[in-house]
Design a protein around this ligand. Structure first.
Ligand SMILES: [Zn+2]
Length: 88
């Protein structure tokens, strides 16, 4: 299956905090979904308490500069524009 959609949907991996910076990537292709770089973040005991991230396992559709939560991986139908093609 080839992704011919103008959008790409990623699967949110758990966010990690590295040296006070919150980073969240796609669990499938590694696309960066969230990054607190150059933003003010409060980190307490290694866990971010203020920077918003996507829910773990949520399907995050990227359409240009807009990102939308379109469901949960394994619960909702996997979208046709899922990023698997980006791995190949
Ligand atoms: Zn992805």
């Amino acid at each position: 299956m080839t992704n011919t959609q103008p959008t790409t949907t990623h699967v949110a991996a758990p966010a990690v905090v590295v040296r006070g910076r919150v980073i969240q990537r796609c669990a499938v292709c590694g696309h960066k979904l969230a990054d607190s770089h150059n933003t003010a973040v409060v980190v307490s005991h290694g866990r971010d308490t203020s920077f918003p991230v996507w829910g773990e396992g949520h399907l995050v559709r990227v359409d240009g500069n807009r990102t939308t939560d379109v469901g949960v991986f394994g619960k909702d139908e996997t979208p046709a524009d899922v990023c698997l093609d980006l791995v190949e």
